[in-house]
Design a protein around this ligand. Structure first.
Ligand code: SF4
Length: 286
């Protein structure tokens, strides 16, 4: 039988919701709120109640040694996923390689982002990698070069892969939920996601990685079809199309909030464990 929460419980639940909401806004790029008396009081109350995260050791940078992305301890590759999500575009399920998928997408005009792009940003990396990183959408640098994660946030992702995990960027596969840049880097809209996500699903099916790292609120929520804040999802294994998925913060968020890198490193270590990649004694992205 359920009971009404007591007043202190209600207050704690409310503060938890406020904290989740603020963390989500921060992860999406909001850098501050107007400091009215009300928001100051709420912030100090939340800070007083919120538990401090336990310190997570962030090892020093890895040496130049490069690990293999495939190890004997790795779980088997997942079986191909059902095709129903692909049925929006007849013939999509017949694409057998990433090259064929790229050709299928072609000079895509299937959503309103098409006339705004410089380049369609398909994805890069090892087409048979055990590990796939999925971000939100191309930004200005990516749109200009036609490659995902090439700006400052991209450099940080490369550091995570190469200096933290001891892999090469070319060993993993990197792409976004949306293949064309939304204007002014706004969040992709639902009709754009609906138009583009079958391509991502086919990419996942074709690469068939053993693990996906979903970067940031939007990618995680788009892949998992949830509205749960990233701060609640990160660090906990999920699954999409039969592939284990680790949600974590977006590198762009880490540039604004470097103190959160410890959590990403913790998430990445879980991925390394799953893939059987040795965690360097003194390694890790900073
Ligand atoms: S965002 Fe996706 S669906 Fe829209 S035009 Fe680009 S490739 Fe096509």
């Amino acid at each position: 039988m359920s009971r009404d929460p007591t007043a202190p419980e209600r207050r704690r639940l409310m503060l938890d919701s406020v904290r989740d909401y603020l963390e989500q806004l921060a992860e999406e790029g909001l850098e501050g709120l107007p400091a009215t008396a009300t928001t100051r009081a709420a912030a100090s109350q939340a800070a007083a109640v919120a538990p401090k995260p336990a310190a997570v050791a962030t090892p020093a940078l890895a040496s130049d040694g490069v690990s293999s992305c495939t190890a004997a301890a790795s779980p088997p590759r997942p079986a191909p996923a059902p095709i129903e999500l692909l049925s929006r575009y007849p013939g999509l399920e017949k694409t057998a390689t990433l090259e064929e998928l790229s050709a299928f997408i072609g000079d895509c005009k299937r959503c309103k982002l098409a006339p705004l792009r410089t380049h369609l940003v398909f994805g890069v990396g090892n087409p048979h990698s055990d590990l796939m990183f999925v971000g939100e959408a191309p930004g200005a640098d990516e749109d200009a070069r036609g490659e995902p994660f090439v700006g400052r946030a991209g450099q940080l992702l490369t550091d995570i892969i190469e200096r933290g995990m001891g892999l090469k960027r070319a060993d993993v596969y990197i792409c976004n939920v949306i293949k064309c840049r939304p204007p002014d880097n706004r969040n992709p809209e639902p009709d754009e996601v609906a138009a583009c996500e079958p391509f991502l699903m086919r990419q996942i099916d074709l690469v068939r990685p053993r693990a996906i790292v979903a970067l940031g609120t939007f990618a995680v929520q788009a892949l998992l079809k949830v509205k749960t804040p990233i701060s609640r999802l990160r660090g906990n294994w999920q699954e999409v199309r039969g592939v284990k998925l680790m949600p974590t913060f977006h590198p762009a968020y880490l540039l604004r909030s470097p103190g959160e890198k410890r959590w990403v490193w913790q998430d990445i270590q879980e991925v390394m464990k799953l893939l059987g990649i040795e965690i360097p004694a003194r390694g890790g992205a900073r």
